[in-house]
Design a protein around this ligand. Structure first.
Ligand code: FMN
Ligand code: SF4
Ligand code: SF4
Length: 379
């Protein structure tokens, strides 16, 4: 099953691109086993790793918030990891602490059990932020970078969880990637529901980091919106409380898309709001449309873009395309967009929809490997 989606990050392989996101005081090993075994990634926690954060959690629980509180936090997380040894989902520990050294101790434990460590730079409870932990970390790039560096020294697979629109999304995402984190868990919180635009922008501003899209994923359609904007995985928190079947629902539908197309998170067309991978489905850039703005953001001229695409298709079945809009399938649309002109060519050359899409996927990687810069705010 791992090969079906081919989702590997360091020493972990996800069986599918759906995750349970952490909810303090709720998502422990028992909840995970009962609710989320269909998910490829299960994030438990957030665990408070030291005296200070446990003290803060006690105050928060006095206000009615559920929290995991422990006198022996390292023993607690180790026993939780042990209890989850027999499931076939990857486990991540979402954690808060005051010192980098404490995160490193938890990271070593995570690594021992082939789990992921997730740095909680997301919690906005004042009791935690006043300690310089949780979301407060995103206001101090130097400190955040230093903590990521130190945690990565342990060799752990590291995820960093952040909320959108707290500081500059693109600068934050780039800092996290450059500092060496493996996964960016992005809560694309918007004014109403999820801010899909911010997710897309973060995808375009980063290169290789594994991107988990989070916020208001209630069903497969919500997941698909995030996949089409560059999420490698989606995560679900609150909805899992009302509908424990949600993981199975999203995994089944996403698996069907993967089987039918070979690219479960294929981008939307650029003019439909897709991320830059969508350049693979773009037309010959001869008319005024948003492709020009997209190319400008990555420092590529329309001529270079055309050459890169034509060069890629040479010697591949995509070079054919008699009767299509631009004479070669280099410029053809996503397979899910019905088009008898393209499908006639596919039939004539015996290329399946999956093969076509996989070539388009490789072409997307090829185009982006030629970008001169990542998208930034001043682009
Ligand atoms: C009760 C509750 C507790 C949460 N605790 C944490 C936490 O400890 N660490 C964390 O990174 N996110 C925490 N979150 C945020 C969720 O993981 C998630 O980012 C957020 O709820 C948006 O996703 P959703 O729309 O799927 O719920 C918590 C959310 C809720 C509702
Ligand atoms: S080139 Fe075509 S597919 Fe791309 S943005 Fe323009 S109209 Fe849309
Ligand atoms: S032939 Fe069809 S698939 Fe190809 S560019 Fe034209 S409309 Fe799109």
């Amino acid at each position: 099953m791992s090969e079906f989606f081919d989702l590997n990050v360091g020493y972990v392989s996800f069986k599918n691109p759906v995750a349970l996101a952490s909810m303090a005081g709720i998502t422990d090993s028992e909840f995970a086993k009962k609710t989320a075994q269909d998910a490829g990634l299960i994030v438990i926690g957030g665990y408070n790793l030291d005296e200070e954060t446990n003290h803060a959690a006690k105050i928060m629980s006095g206000h009615g918030r559920k929290e995991f509180i422990s006198e022996e936090p390292m023993d607690l997380i180790e026993s939780e990891l042990l209890k989850l040894q027999d499931i076939n989902s990857v486990v991540a520990l979402n954690v808060r602490a005051v010192n980098a050294e404490t995160y490193m101790r938890a990271a070593l434990l995570a690594r021992k059990y082939n789990a992921v460590l997730e740095l909680d730079a997301h919690c906005r409870q004042p009791e935690i932020t006043s300690l310089g932990a949780g979301q407060e970390l995103v206001f101090d790039f130097g400190k955040l970078k230093g903590i990521i560096h130190k945690i990565k020294r342990t060799g752990v697979v590291l995820s960093v969880k952040v909320r959108s629109n707290v500081v500059n999304n693109l600068m934050l995402a780039q800092l996290i990637e450059e500092a060496g984190a493996d996964i960016l868990h992005f809560d694309a919180m918007g004014a109403q529901g999820s801010d899909l635009r911010s997710l897309k922008d973060v995808r375009d501003a980063t290169s290789k980091i594994f991107l988990i899209g989070n916020n208001s994923v209630h069903n497969f359609e919500d997941a698909q919106k995030m996949f089409g904007r560059g999420a490698d995985m989606v995560s679900v928190a609150r909805r899992a409380l009302e509908n424990p079947g949600i993981f199975n629902e999203i995994v089944s539908s996403t698996s069907a898309v993967q089987r039918q197309t070979g690219w479960y998170n294929a981008p939307k067309h650029i003019c439909g709001g897709g991320d830059l991978r969508g350049l693979t489905f773009c037309c010959l850039p001869v008319k005024p449309c948003v492709v020009h703005a997209a190319l400008k953001k990555i420092g590529m001229t329309a001529k270079e873009f055309a050459e890169i695409k034509l060069d890629f298709v040479k010697g591949t079945p995509l070079q054919y395309g008699e009767g299509t809009c631009f004479g070669t399938m280099a410029w053809c649309c996503k397979a899910t967009k019905p088009c008898f002109l393209r499908d006639n060519v596919l039939d004539a050359i015996g290329l399946s929809g999956v093969e076509y899409t996989l070539l388009k996927k490789r072409m997307a990687e090829h185009i982006l490997s030629h970008r001169k810069k990542l998208v930034s705010n001043d682009a």
